[in-house]
Write a protein that binds this ligand. Structure first.
Ligand code: SF4
Ligand code: SF4
Length: 261
């Protein structure tokens, strides 16, 4: 019999005791079982859209989406059965069938969640072929390039912009094959209320969003003897830079103690 507020279940043959209310994904993680995800961003985008995290639950038809399915008493779960692995491979195949696949020249190559999963699941040939959506690249913003030919519609950018940054500059438009991430009246990010914070880039698992690269302009300015070159970071990106250099904890600590930045 289950103890109060705790659930007993079996994941991949391991007896697991978890707190009631946990998802299967969290329960698996608590015992070191890694379930792949794509659209999932903890506490920000928990919508079960991409279905990469599907698992088998004995006695149930179809697959359960582990990032949203809560644990239940007595569940017997298989996270890496042959059927689950094959279904994940098909999902990846379908996602890649509508993707430009120009990894060689992509700024995210080597640091792309989609590429990593394709390698992990040994997706070498795309079996599903057909019409591909074509999107114009938006590079009018001073700092962000949007290339939705690489977008997998995971909505992580939307959730981050809306729920974390509280801006809501982007959203999903249209339905089915015509679905795309866009702005009011499909304007460039330059022309809407985007603050150029870059957090949507951080959230994006692919190369669909990237920082504008001004390296060439900087080199040109540095070589110009008539110019003094001064570098500064915009306020909106300071925290992201701090995190990159692993100063996030110190920053948080200072803030808690009432110190400035
Ligand atoms: S840069 Fe910031 S404000 Fe602009 S779309 Fe991305 S998350 Fe939203
Ligand atoms: S732009 Fe990136 S984060 Fe946004 S939906 Fe597309 S793949 Fe996901």
């Amino acid at each position: 019999m289950a103890e109060e507020n705790y659930i007993n279940l079996t994941i991949d043959g391991t007896q697991v005791k978890t707190k009631e209310g946990m998802t299967i994904l969290e329960a698996a993680k608590s015992v070191g079982i890694d379930i792949p995800t794509l659209c999932f961003l903890k506490d920000i985008n928990e919508v079960g859209d991409c279905r990469m995290c599907i698992v088998e639950v004995e006695g149930r038809k179809g697959f359960a989406t582990s990032c949203i399915q809560k644990v239940e008493e007595g569940m017997i779960i298989h996270t890496h059965s042959p059927a689950v692995l094959e279904a994940r491979r098909v999902i990846l195949d379908l996602i890649l069938s509508n993707h430009h696949k120009d990894c060689l020249t992509c700024s995210r190559s080597g640091n792309c969640e989609l590429q990593n999963l394709a390698i992990k699941f040994n997706v070498q040939n795309i079996e599903y072929t057909g019409k591909q959506s074509e999107h114009t690249i938006d590079d009018l913003s001073p700092s962000i390039v949007r290339d939705f030919n690489k977008c997998i519609l995971c909505r992580r950018c939307i959730a981050t912009c809306k729920n974390v940054q509280k801006i809501g500059a982007i959203d999903c438009m249209n339905r089915g094959f015509d679905s795309c991430i866009s702005t009011v009246n499909n304007q460039s990010l330059r022309d809407v209320n985007c603050t150029n914070c870059g957090q949507c880039i951080e959230a994006c698992p692919t190369g669909a969003l990237r920082e504008k690269d001004n390296t060439d302009e900087v080199w040109k300015a540095l070589k110009d003897e008539k110019k003094y070159v001064i570098v500064q970071t915009a306020p909106a990106v300071r925290v992201a830079l701090g995190e990159e250099f692993r100063y996030a904890n110190r920053y948080k600590c200072n803030r808690k103690n009432g110190n400035g930045s």
